[in-house]
Design a protein around this ligand. Structure first.
Ligand code: TEU
Length: 584
């Protein structure tokens, strides 16, 4: 049953509210703006809208710091405006999914204000408080855990109540204490309130962080150059998370759509547990493993010398093993936290349209429920390299810059050392940072790309006169038209959603070849992608690949191959060419 549900939701769409569409001329995306573009999303072939946090928030982390879960931030509009988005979706048979951020709240939330009032406040245990420890007469945080933003401690001292509180993210984002039954009840009540208002489900932010190791033991030292260490398994994917999620399912979610966001590296077995239907937790999970193919260890360290087999290894493992274990993917390649995929694997230059279509072919032929991120359909690329530092708004980037400069000061670095070090930092931020995906949506070639009639909160990409919805939609050969076609196709060809993922040429560094096979219906597709800049000749060797291509017929491609065309001999693929064939 859940599979049927995810099939009907076979594609999704996210609006980073702030950057989607402004109707109020305030330079910020609004809910009314989104409502006005729901017909556009419907035309593209979207079934479900996922709204990033639009709740009342001091915006320390783009709304992932919520100060009132039952109010809309005035910059986005009102609750009635939210109703308008809901109605626009429901009128077209679409669904509306909200972001649920309950690993932490804002430090401005009433709950936290009460909790920090005194050690005996009834809400004291809704957050994690600790007296810390004293070493050589000096007060220190309870352990060596590091915050996910910056490189400081995950504990902040509260002068008023004389204890530390835990924050795995910013200090403005104190962690909620899920061991407290009162807190859990309040969260479930809030969720029910939204569902009763017509919300169709939730994307649950860093939900695999909600349980922490009792006693808060020190984390193993994985980075000896740092004073504080990532808590890893002491705060991520703990067994207690599953206990809470099963309770959440029984209390609230059993009749709704829910997808868990689960960062961190772990085994496929560990991730499958979240989405196995019989476990009664989520329908699907976002995992992050494939995002590491061009990263050097840490999430935002860019690895310029990555090779395609790095990406293939990750996809080949996860798209085979997770479904085989009964789990289900939330299949995404871009989102508000990840750079543009065309900039990562494709071309920002003359082959941009073609490589953006290749990215589309890759994305729609992977397993799971498809999540498209705004701007993917216009082949958006990362921010231009020559934009000044003032265009970077994300707290993760600004904190990193501040931290690295402080480090160089402490070191007494020479000007040359500084230059070299900061060049590396900038390479990370430009290639792997969170600002690029947050530039405003490019609707047309009018001022500010038709996103707003006044200056936007974030600069519009310089390429908008060529790369905008109006222009691309009118062009049958554009990446936009290709996405619209592929989304329709995926809905008709269920093997592309449910079929087994069978990798063919694991080691090749330019080509990616695989089969999608639905054993129940016998439907089978062969996917051949040239992710390189050179010509490729792919020899389909039935002996080593076990695939009989004698019946192959071209279904769709981003090059000039003809529909229905067969395979006889090696397949010649021009740079960034991709093809999908039906096999009998
Ligand atoms: O992100 C979770 C997450 O782990 C990271 O990908 C995040 O982008 C950050 O780099 C941590 O190093 C979710 C949200 O999607 C993100 O926007 C929020 O900032 C974060 O949780 C905290 O709520």
């Amino acid at each position: 049953k859940w599979r049927a549900a995810s099939a009907s939701g076979g594609r999704r769409r996210m609006c980073t509210r702030a950057s989607f569409k402004d109707h109020a001329a305030n330079g910020h995306g609004t809910l009314r703006g989104i409502a006005s573009q729901v017909p556009y999303l419907h035309d593209l072939g979207i079934d479900i809208v996922w709204l990033s946090p639009v709740y009342a928030s001091p915006q320390a982390d783009m709304g992932y710091d919520i100060s009132d879960y039952q109010a809309i931030d005035p910059r986005y509009g009102t609750l009635e405006d939210w109703d308008a988005v809901r109605d626009a979706c429901h009128a077209r048979g679409m669904k509306l999914v909200m972001d649920l951020v309950v690993n932490h709240s804002s430090d401005q939330h009433q709950w936290f204000k009460e909790s920090r009032r005194s050690k005996t406040d009834p809400k004291r245990d809704w957050y994690y408080w600790h007296p810390g420890k004293v070493v050589d007469g000096v007060r220190q945080p309870p352990n060596n855990w590091r915050s996910r933003f910056g490189s400081g401690s995950a504990w902040a001292w509260d002068e008023a109540s004389q204890e530390y509180y835990l924050h795995l993210f910013l200090k403005e984002q104190p962690d909620l204490n899920w061991t407290s039954p009162g807190l859990r009840r309040a969260v479930y009540d809030m969720m029910r309130w939204w569902l009763d208002r017509g919300c169709d489900g939730f994307r649950c932010d860093v939900i695999n962080f909600i349980a922490k190791a009792p006693g808060f033991p020190d984390a193993p030292v994985t980075d000896p150059t740092k004073e504080f260490q990532f808590a890893g398994g002491l705060a991520v994917n703990r067994p207690e998370v599953h206990t809470y999620l099963k309770e959440m399912y029984t209390e609230v979610l059993s009749h709704y759509d829910a997808v868990g966001e689960c960062p961190g590296k772990d085994s496929p077995e560990s991730f499958a547990a979240y989405s196995r239907p019989e476990n009664h937790e989520f329908q699907m999970v976002f995992n992050f493993h494939h995002q590491y193919f061009d990263r050097d260890g840490a999430e935002r360290r860019y690895k310029p010398d990555w090779v395609l087999s790095d990406l293939k290894k990750l996809y080949n493992q996860w798209h085979v093993e997770l479904p085989a274990l009964g789990g289900w993917f939330a299949n995404y390649i871009e989102n508000h936290d990840q750079p543009r995929f065309v900039s990562r694997v494709g071309s920002e230059g003359d082959l941009r349209n073609k490589s953006a279509k290749l990215v589309a072919l890759l994305h729609i032929t992977l397993t799971g429920t498809l999540f498209l991120y705004q701007g993917q359909e216009t082949g958006q690329v990362n921010m231009p390299a020559d934009w000044p530092e003032s265009e970077y708004k994300d707290i993760e980037a600004t904190q990193r810059l501040e931290g690295e400069r402080a480090y160089l000061d402490r070191l007494g670095a020479t000007p040359e050392q500084r230059k070299e070090h900061m060049a590396r930092v900038w390479r990370d931020i430009r290639s792997a940072g969170r600002d690029s995906p947050r530039t405003p949506m490019q609707w047309d070639e009018s001022a500010y790309a038709g996103f707003s009639s006044s200056e936007p909160w974030m600069r519009v990409h310089d390429d908008y006169p060529q790369w905008n919805v109006a222009k691309l939609r009118a062009d049958p050969d554009s990446v936009w038209s290709f996405y619209a076609r592929l989304l329709r196709l995926r809905k008709e060809r269920l093997a592309l959603i449910y079929g087994k993922f069978i990798p063919l040429d694991a080691d090749a560094d330019d080509n990616y070849s695989y089969v999608r096979h639905d054993e129940a219906s016998g439907e089978k597709y062969l996917v051949l992608l040239n992710l390189g800049r050179g010509e490729q000749s792919v020899t389909l060797d039935p002996a080593s690949w076990g695939v009989d291509v004698s019946s192959a017929q071209l279904l769709v491609s981003n090059d000039d191959a003809k529909e229905g065309e067969g395979i006889s001999g090696p397949v010649e693929l021009a740079p960034y060419s991709g093809r999908v064939y039906t096999l009998a």
